[in-house]
Each structure stands twice: as C-alpha cells, then as structure tokens.
Design a protein around this ligand. Sequence first.
Ligand SMILES: Nc1ncnc2c1ncn2[C@@H]1O[C@H](COP(=O)(O)OP(=O)(O)OP(=O)(O)O)[C@@H](O)[C@H]1O
Ligand SMILES: [Mg+2]
Length: 379
Amino acid sequence: MPDIRLENLTKRWGDVVAVDNLNLTIPDRSFTCLLGPSGCGKTTTLRMIAGLEEPTRGKISNGDKLVFCSERGLSLSPDKRDVGLIFQNYALWPHMTVFQNIAFGLEMKKMSRSQVEERVKEAAGWMQIDEYLQRYPSELSGGQQQRVALARSLAPRPNCLLMDEPLSNLDAKLRMDMRTELKRIHAETNMTIVYVTHDQLEAISMATTVVVMKDGKLEQCDEPLRLYKYPNNLFVADFVGSPSINLLKGKIVELRDVWTVQCGDWLLSLKKAPYGDTAIKNGHEVVVGVRCEDILISNPEPPAIGMLVYSNLPTGSDTFVRLRHEDISLTAKLSEADIIPTGSEINASFRPERVLLFDSKTGERMSEGSSLVNFSIAP
Ligand SMILES: Nc1ncnc2c1ncn2[C@@H]1O[C@H](COP(=O)(O)OP(=O)(O)OP(=O)(O)O)[C@@H](O)[C@H]1O
Ligand SMILES: [Mg+2]
C-alpha cells in the first residue's frame, strides 16, 4: 500500500471549518499519529480518509488510486478504499462471542478454519483477551470490549488501519501495555497505521510520523523527536512535551555575530541564527524556549546564573524543580538522586545547543536551535 495523499482537503459544516485546506502525505508503512487538541479536526480527517465523510473540497489518493476528488465528483465507497477502521465508539456484535467477533472478518476472507483459529488466537494474545474468547460482549468491561474491537481490526492484517483514540477506555497500565503491543505489531507487519490521539505522549512514543493539527490546519508533520526538539512554532512547542516547555518573553537587544536577547534582567547571547533573520531589528520581540531537561543545575558549566529553588515535585524516577529569579520561573528536570531542598540557591544554565528562539508575533521558530554563548545579568 503506497502513500496516502491529502491535497487541499477541506471539510465545512455551515460556518464550522473542521478541516481547513490540509495538505499531507501519510508515508507507506508509517505509524502516523494525528495529534491535536479537542475539536481540531482529527476525527473528521480520519473519516474522510475512510470514506465515511464527504470532504467539501480537495483530493485524497491511495498511491496511484484516486479515492476522492471534488473537482471530478469522484468518491469511492469505504469498502473500495482498502482500509480497516477502529473507532472510539467500537461496536461489537452482541449476539456473537468474542471469538466469533474476531473471526468474522477472517471468515469473510474465506480463510480455512485452522487459519482463522490461528489468527484469532494471535490477535487475542496481542490484546491480552485470550481468557474471554467464549464470552459475549455484554459480559465484558468497556476496556475489554475495546481490546476485542482492536483484535478484530488487527486479525485480518489490513494494509492500512485507521484508529481513532482506540485506547481511550483503558486504565493507565493497560494503555501502556497496548501501546507497546501496537508498536510491536506495526513493526512486525507491513501495515500503515493512522492513529488519532490528543495525548502527545502517546503520539511521541508510538508514531514514526506525527501530524500536529490546530483549528483544522496542519501545524507540523515530522518525526517525533524532531517535532520535540525543533517545533515549528510556539503552539507545537507548548503542546508537545510534559511538563510543558519553558517559555520566556524577551526582546533582541543586540544583533551582531551573536544575538543578545534580554528576558527580565537576563541577557542571553546566542550564536546568530543561520536563516530568516533579514527583517529582524533591535527591539524585536521574541520568546525563548527551553525544555526542562535542558536546564543544567547540578554542575553547570559557566556561564550560569543564580536562581532560587521554589518547589520540588518528585515523581519517583525524576524530580521536577521550580526555579525562580524575580519574575522568571522555570521548571527543570533532575534525576531522582538530585533532590535540592526548597529555598536553596543554585546556579542554572541552559544546554547551549538546545535553546530555541521564536518570533513572538508570528509564533514561528526563528532558528534551527541557537547556541548559547553567554548568559549574564544586565548591568
Ligand atoms: N457533523 C458535524 N456537524 C457540525 N460540526 C461538526 C460535525 N462533526 C464535527 N464537527 C465540528 O468539527 C470540528 C472538528 O471535529 P472533530 O470531531 O474532527 O475533532 P477532533 O479533533 O476529533 O476532536 P476530539 O479530540 O474532541 O475527538 C469541531 O469543531 C466539531 O464541533
Ligand atoms: Mg475525535
């Protein structure tokens, strides 16, 4: 199954623009997560790919096969699009046992009895529902039913599987297990998976490609770690990562071979950004972004600046500390061993190559990652 391509895809209901001129390529055999806040158009996009929702405008193709085109008035029915589906509101057949529910699609494919049994057992094993095979859906919890629905979609090993928040009814531990399973199943099969979630951790940990959406528009489509390290704009920077990225308002006070940014009474000197700097003048308002793990406090190399430990939040494996300096407050991540008492004075610095600079007006990232060369207090 080759790439799925969406071109100028738009869906409107009256004044509501659910999906707004979306251009996107979902790579063949990728695990692509559509990520974004509630109402940003994820489900609508998935339903349009599946053929369950008619786009207002645009084109959808599956490799060479055009499956929707508003100009030509072409729209293939869902069964001709070669995609499997699993939705948040899964529907199991109530009069069939779990086994029969999972076997149904396989029998439709005219598989032999022994092959059906093998595939049902395999899918039930993946989803940890082996012991419920003879039960009816009404005898299962919501989370168990959701896993049966997942097993049913996975068992035929479709070329492409579309999933809309398929783990939403599971408790935290089971969700973690299922994420691991899905990722492994994806790696073992040749399936293309398009997976909708509003959980950024789920997207980052499972996907090979993450598509961030907001208000029906594409914000960024990238590999998970690139998205995390180099968010295109403030929205993506803030939406991805937990705890959220530290964002400091500032302005450019010097523009030479290094840029100096003033945030409060801090002066950060950054190696000049390689591009997009022609329109930048002194006084330009910017936002400096630093992830909590990129704040160095245990043994910071100079240049470092004094801060006060305002609070400590141990999670077991890590400790998040809130640091203050006048109006500036930052969250830093330390290892569990490094608990520093509240009220302590520490020296903080930033991992030099991981300081991000955004244009405060447009929200766009201004550089590939600026290198911090000096960090001091304004005279
Ligand atoms: N049938 C409909 N009629 C009118 N508006 C709709 C319809 N379906 C969805 N919308 C609107 O379109 C927008 C996108 O909805 P969609 O369900 O795609 O969001 P979502 O990203 O899946 O959100 P969630 O994370 O809450 O599931 C929302 O503003 C929603 O209210
Ligand atoms: Mg949805």
